[in-house]
Design a protein around this ligand. Structure first.
Ligand SMILES: Nc1nc2c(c(=O)[nH]1)N=C([C@H](O)[C@H](O)COP(=O)(O)OP(=O)(O)OP(=O)(O)O)CN2
Length: 160
């Protein structure tokens, strides 16, 4: 029977401060606002004979890089069924429920997500972490994104 172990990475430094709005329906969304989102991960890997599974510094570095990529941007959901995003000069032009919004492209990231929610951020970041870890011998990875204390969304990758 393979011996597995679980590594938890929950560093205060793994955070990204961004602006966003959550879309609740075709006609209802939040106003633009921001959060300091925090990111944590659970990694299940085989235990080696020397009592070592996987170097968590490798995953700390990868998570920090992913947080830095998003930090201090306006995040738009590029795959939302309710808003259309196009480029207009230096701006992204967003049309939602008959409203037009312009965001400087230099300040904005359009992510391959359906909504700017903790659950979609966790799905996106998990996909990036699993991609970055493609050569590693992992059994399960869960990544969580919290928008504040006591509220988070998590996504799990389990190829078993
Ligand atoms: N399933 C989800 N529901 C909501 C999300 C989300 O990402 N997934 N996000 C929001 C909003 O971003 C909203 O701004 C969160 O508001 P709130 O909970 O008030 O955030 P606070 O940090 O202010 O928490 P407090 O409990 O008010 O201190 C809404 N829903």
């Amino acid at each position: 029977m393979e011996e597995l172990t679980t590594l938890y990475i929950d560093k205060e430094s793994h955070k990204f401060s961004v602006a966003h709005y959550t879309i609740f329906s075709a006609t209802e969304r939040e106003r633009l606002h921001g959060h300091n989102y925090s990111v944590s991960a659970k990694i299940v890997a085989p235990m080696g004979d020397n009592g070592f599974a996987a170097d968590y510094n490798v995953y700390k570095t990868r998570l920090a890089r992913l947080c830095d990529e998003l930090d201090e941007y306006m995040l738009l959901a590029g795959e939302s069924p309710y808003q259309m995003i196009s480029e207009s000069d230096d701006f992204y032009r967003v049309v939602y429920n008959g409203q037009e919004m312009l965001f400087l492209q230099a300040d904005t990231l359009v992510l391959p997500i359906r909504n700017a929610t903790v659950e979609e951020f966790s799905r996106y970041l998990l996909g990036r972490l699993v991609e970055d870890s493609a050569g590693d011998d992992l059994r399960e990875v869960q990544l969580c994104v919290a928008s504040g204390p006591g509220q988070k969304g998590c996504t799990t990758w389990d190829p078993r």
